[in-house]
Design a protein around this ligand. Sequence first.
Ligand SMILES: [Zn+2]
Length: 373
Amino acid sequence: MIYLYYSDKFQNYNFGPEHPFNPTRLMLACRLMEELGLVDGLACMVEPNPASEADLQRVHTAEYLAAVKLEKPDLAFGLGSDDTPVFPGIYDASRLIAGASIDAARRIVREDCSAFNIGGGLHHAMPSNASGFCVFDDPALAIAVLRERFDRILYIDIDGHHGDGVQQIFYDDPHVLTVSLHESGLYLFPGTGFIDEIGIGPGKGYSVNIPMPMYAGDDEYARAFAEIVPRLFEWFKPQVVVAQLGVDAHYSDPLTSLNMTLNGYTDLVRRIIDLTGLHSEGRLLALGGGGYNMEVVPVAWASVLSLMRGDALPEYLPPYWAEFFMNLTDREPLALPDIEMKVGKETQKRITLELAATLKGLKEKINEIHRVF
Ligand SMILES: [Zn+2]
């Protein structure tokens, strides 16, 4: 069974009309999934409940929760910045998204199922502050619930940005292996996620970062993934996998400088699903995340659900949905299949060299602690 988490109330997590984190993309993704016939007896839609204060305190401090509840700008808690402005109802909207990931984790603990919270993946939130459009760290909250049953949890994050909040929260914890592929912090927010960020104390060797060169595309992602991630699965033997599947590494995304296509994106998702089947009995909690081109996100996340179901990828967009999309956004949806992206010869050379050095350095760093590679 696959539980799909969506609620029309996710629309309330809204930083305003000028902000890139537009909740309409979630509604469009959900409608597309329905229109493609992906929501049925195998994948059923679940209406989430808001996270309780006790559950939120598994990760967040009481002071921070009180500050969010006040719904007033307070930069000491990261509230009211340009990235994460305060809006009326921010506490309830944030705890509904967190509640969905927590509920999904509870179902996996009880039922050995998989789940997809398309509103989740808010990986920048820290224990006592909001950051980068993220108020509560739902991936970390879900992992905290999964820890009640599982001793080895693998968190993999393919969002264009580094999964810094989740990394920090489990930085000293050997039970949670965090792996993030993202545009290098040299070029992009949050400016972290380098190969030498590897964990501390008992958690040393359980944080893995693959900073990707600017303009890296499908080939580079496929290479980085293949060289690092399958070995980590074999070595760590995760009992459950939490995957943040932000799609802002796409070439059309306004916030990043990467060149992934939907072909490359779905290829990575398929590999994650296959590895989870092979090593973790298929226990997968998939989460949404970034993705700021409205034409890309619904197709990407509908494709994730297709792959989780074991179906073929959608080859065209249903005409009714395409019309609905155009009426709502005044834009044409992205046509399937996605185009191929190529960069100039010199750029390609630079990307290949930079990535080779990164992967070599990363393997050496990890091998100093555990013999993995
Ligand atoms: Zn992102």
